[in-house]
Design a protein around this ligand. Structure first.
Ligand code: MN
Length: 748
């Protein structure tokens, strides 16, 4: 929106507000108290006044947005009057002169609390910090959600309306919004049980990101609509008759509906099939109207009736009635073979279950007195506990919290049991070692043997639903850096990292002791005042790394004889070797390990080996290159990219909260493969030999050499093993000096 003059006349504006008010009252459950009615009217008046001169990107008066968001809250999520009032006010504090204090005075503490949670902390103006702010704002929303779950529900309604009106935005912003929606809001909608909203998020994502695919599927669905509807009618008829006969008075309704465009697309991609080859385009839903106590019996009876008419596919049967999903979803699913051999999914549930499935469990939770009816409250509470745990990790930055969120809070869950039969939910893909840390970090840190269903499994065993897991500990056991590869949850990772760090501090203390002894002997003084200077002299960035390296006997302390320690300063004895660069290992290529991942990258100011990381293959960074780390969501590793990587802009724009600063540490002992393209004039036999001899004479190893000649010219690709970017530049400079070489370039 902007401060443009109102395009809408006062009369027209008043009409929009009046109409909005009437629709809202109509969508709220009756009876509505006078007090609630007044609160909504008040909130609407305040919002209408505050947003009077603002216009949306779509050209409409801004007030249409809060009204629509409130309408979604009431109608599509099933929220009550307080949430509706908050939705009307959700943008006033951020965008207008209305203050939180004013809201607190007029509407009370609860409304102010929710509106505060919905107010962005910071305007996202500057692209450079957009990711950081987005992360900070989202953690702010999450914190507020723990205080009142309605904050996140209103936020979902806000996002939904913004997506419904996304066409008013510039294309690049559209993309950014749908990508963000896809990575955070869609899984969140799933987790909150807002199935309809989730489906709409997915469909809009597809429409923006793959418009042609979306069109294609929508067109085909439209073309086949009539025949599909006929098919469903024929399919349902015998079921309907049987239910009437056998259910004896239980009320029911049957819905037949096509699957969402997104889910069809997803199926086409996953199974690599054409639209025409997807058989289960439709699902039917049988919804029963029975009292709570009779729900299970009635659902299974319907199941028996349906599967006696149509052949059942046992592998597709899913019973979320006995064990509801962690997000509260309850339903009995199966697929059967309908006429013509087509698969049809059948969903059996009650009106209560359907209401929860459509409008979200969270909306009912606590606010609708559903407590009694709810077998599942415990798991929802547990989910909130996990969110609380992630948020309360005080050392984590907003960005790290976001990553933890995406990687586990929003993931599907796996349900496992302790030896005592107690349920625990971990994120899908969690390992046996994750389980140990989930029970308690002490158990994780001293874990020695893990058994699943009685059998010993490796630490990285991926848990499956229903696994019973037991852990044997040994008080002498310690985490090793390898453990980081065996776990997937951020809780376990953080604990292992903390333990390794502690271990490093211990090693550093050992290193200091060794150094102290040596310095005492050589110079008869304390090492302490010289530690930083010595670290630098040896080529280390940090004191800690230096001391740890000493403990690991990776530092040649005999070289201390080359210097004098005086007045807190290091004085070189031999002037020639003074510069630390000249002191670095002399034979760089004797112990070459091509592509060996160096352990000396510093990520987020921590030693790189505390993360599992790899050098990105798209830009193959070399020491000396400016770099950053991108924490991937699927593999859960840090990928190191060059700042100049072609993918950098895209990653930073869309996933900036996953980007962490990185730099090269002490990498003298490591070597990298760099490829260069050399072109030149072919001076007959021996040209290539001279080129390779020239490279070798510089002490550089060649890993591969391929060359092609054509009419007096040659062009070749040479893979070199080098220690740093500086060394590579040195080599290319030298090659360029050869008369017959016309160009040398590094291949990206
Ligand atoms: Mn809004």
């Amino acid at each position: 929106m902007s401060g443009m003059p109102p395009r809408t006349s006062n009369e027209e504006y008043a009409r929009i507000v009046r109409q909005g008010y009437r629709n809202l009252l109509r969508s709220l459950p009756k009876p509505l108290s006078d007090e609630d009615r007044r609160m909504i009217r008040d909130a609407l008046d305040l919002a209408a006044e505050a947003h009077r001169h603002q216009v949306r990107m779509t050209g409409e008066p801004y007030i249409t947005h809060p009204i629509a968001v409130a309408q979604i809250c009431a109608e599509e999520i099933g929220l009550g009057p307080t949430a509706v009032a908050c939705a009307l006010l959700h943008d006033v504090v951020e965008d207008t002169s209305v203050s939180l204090e004013m809201i607190r005075e007029r509407f009370g503490e609860r409304v102010a609390l929710i509106v505060e949670g919905l107010t962005k902390l910071d305007e996202e103006k500057d692209d450079k910090y957009a990711g950081e702010r987005q992360a900070i704002n989202l953690t702010h929303v999450m914190r507020a959600m723990l205080v009142d779950v309605r904050v996140i529900l209103i936020k979902m309604a806000d996002r939904l309306h913004n997506l419904r009106t996304i066409k008013g935005m510039p294309p690049e912003k559209q993309q950014r919004i749908v990508i963000e929606t896809d990575s955070i809001y869609t899984p969140l909608a799933h987790r909150l049980g807002l199935y309809n909203i989730k489906t709409e998020f997915q469909d809009i994502y597809l429409k923006i990101i793959h418009p042609e695919k979306y069109r294609e599927i929508a067109d085909k669905l439209a073309q086949t609509k009539r025949s599909r509807e006929q098919y469903i009618r024929d399919f349902i008829r015998p079921i309907e008759e049987a239910l009437h006969k056998q259910l004896k008075g239980i009320k029911f309704r049957i819905l037949g509906r096509p699957k969402s465009i997104y889910s069809i697309w997803n199926k086409m991609c996953q199974k690599e099939v054409a639209f025409e080859d997807i058989y289960d385009l439709f699902a039917i839903r049988i919804i029963l109207d029975v009292p709570f106590e009779e729900e299970r019996m009635a659902c299974w009876m319907v199941y028996a009736i349906v599967t006696s008419i149509y052949q059942n596919i046992p592998a597709r049967q899913k019973d979320w009635i006995t064990t509801p999903k962690a997000n509260g979803y309850e339903s009995l699913h199966t697929s059967v073979i309908g006429p013509g051999g087509k698969y049809v999914e059948v969903q059996i549930r009650t009106e209560r279950m359907n209401d929860i499935a459509e409008r979200g469990y969270a909306a009912h939770w606590k606010y609708k007195g559903l407590k009694l009816l709810n077998r599942n409250e415990n798991t929802f509470e547990k989910w909130f506990d996990r969110i609380r745990e992630v948020l309360e990790n005080n050392t984590a930055s907003a960005k790290e919290i976001m990553v933890a969120f995406e990687d586990e809070i929003l993931e599907e869950e796996v349900h496992v049991l302790t030896p005592k039969g107690e349920s625990r939910f971990l994120k899908e893909g969690a390992t046996a070692l994750d389980f140990a840390f989930d029970i308690h970090s002490d158990i994780g840190c001293t874990c020695r043997i893990i058994r699943v269903n009685g059998a010993v499994v490796p630490f990285n065993y991926v848990l499956k639903n229903g696994d019973q897991v037991s852990v044997e500990t040994d008080k002498n056991a310690r985490p090793t850096p390898d453990w980081l590869k065996y776990v997937t949850t951020s809780k376990a990772k953080n604990r292992i990292r903390a333990a390794l760090k502690k271990e490093r501090f211990k090693m550093a203390a050992d290193g200091l002791e060794i150094l102290e002894r040596k310095v005492q002997r050589l110079f008869n003084c304390s090492a302490e005042p010289y530690v930083e200077a010595l670290a630098k002299w040896y080529g280390f960035d940090q004191r800690l790394e230096f001391l740890v390296a000493i403990a690991l006997q990776q530092v040649d302390l005999l070289r201390l004889k080359e210097i004098r320690l005086e007045n807190g300063k290091i004085e070189p004895i031999v002037q020639l070797n003074a510069s630390p660069d000249a002191q670095k290992p002399q034979e760089p290529t004797t112990t070459v390990k091509p592509n060996a991942a160096p352990t000396d990258i510093i990520i987020n100011d921590e030693p790189g080996h505390l993360y599992s990381y790899v050098l990105a293959s798209c830009c193959t960074p070399l020491p000396g290159d400016a770099i950053f780390a991108y924490i991937t969501s699927r593999e859960n590793v840090a990928k190191i990219h060059r700042e100049s990587c072609p993918n950098a802009t895209y990653l930073k724009r869309n996933y900036s909260y996953r980007i962490f600063p990185a730099r090269w540490g002490n990498v003298a002992q490591f070597h990298f493969v760099a490829a260069i393209a050399v072109k030149g004039i072919d001076q007959g036999p021996g040209t290539i030999q001279r080129l390779s001899d020239h490279i070798s004479s510089m002490g550089i190893n060649i890993r591969s050499f391929s060359i092609a000649g054509d009419r007096g010219y040659f062009s070749g690709r040479i893979e070199l093993i080098v220690a740093s970017n500086a060394q590579l530049q040195q080599v290319t400079k030298e090659i360029r000096k050869l008369k017959f070489v016309t160009s040398v370039e590094r291949i990206e």
